[in-house]
Write a protein that binds this ligand. Sequence first.
Ligand code: COA
Length: 209
Amino acid sequence: MTAEHSPTVRGMTDFFLQSARIGFRLWRTSDLPLACALWGDPAVTRFIAAGGLSERQIQARLEREIETQRCHGIQYWPIFLAATGEHIGCCGLRPHGDDPGAPEFGVHIASRHWRRGYAFEAASCAIDHAFGVVGAKALFAGHNPANVASRGLLTQLGFVYTHDEFYEPTGLRHPSYILVPSQVRPDPALNQTNRAAAATPRAPPRPVR
Ligand SMILES: CC(C)(COP(=O)(O)OP(=O)(O)OC[C@H]1O[C@@H](n2cnc3c(N)ncnc32)[C@H](O)[C@@H]1OP(=O)(O)O)[C@@H](O)C(=O)NCCC(=O)NCCS
């Protein structure tokens, strides 16, 4: 693996949320190389955007994430290995429908890191943050009907299937799920410091430009 394909973050002091192995920070405009390494990976976007994403589309996605944080205090936050600073994906929330109390949850992991439990660990941490700090009452999630990995992950997290919903980027009806706090299956490895922090509501992180 080349350094180009293994982007690292300088210093890990910008994490606003951390689990045993994973740190979360906010997207910055200078993160285009990280965004391209993640969303330029055809395995990652296979079930999200048919035909993949161009660099221009990835840049637009990055700008949208930054804007979502500015307007709503949430985004699909970039995530990093706490031990090395290597960027491994994104995990978080975005607005869905008309109810600000029920945002959409999502997680994308770079394919070279699949099947190491990172999605489950990051998701558990983000869900804890969503209910404990962001103030969400419920979380929505959906996946391409062919995405068995996503279905397995959502089920393992405690999400419950509710209906199929049309998703414009794929042109398909995506199985859709809801998670409420009483259904959460906690990650036993979730860092206790983070759990304590999540129990104490605090201001959402400031957007970084
Ligand atoms: C779905 C995705 C996030 C899983 O990431 P991951 O780090 O490999 O997942 P984990 O190792 O944490 O696995 C957690 C659970 O997900 C399910 N899962 C993950 N990959 C799977 C696969 N290839 N086939 C079936 N189930 C799978 C399993 O239930 C797994 O639990 P197990 O290991 O005890 O069987 C990853 O494949 C990905 O980023 N895909 C592209 C983007 C995407 O589809 N995101 C989902 C949108 S919500």
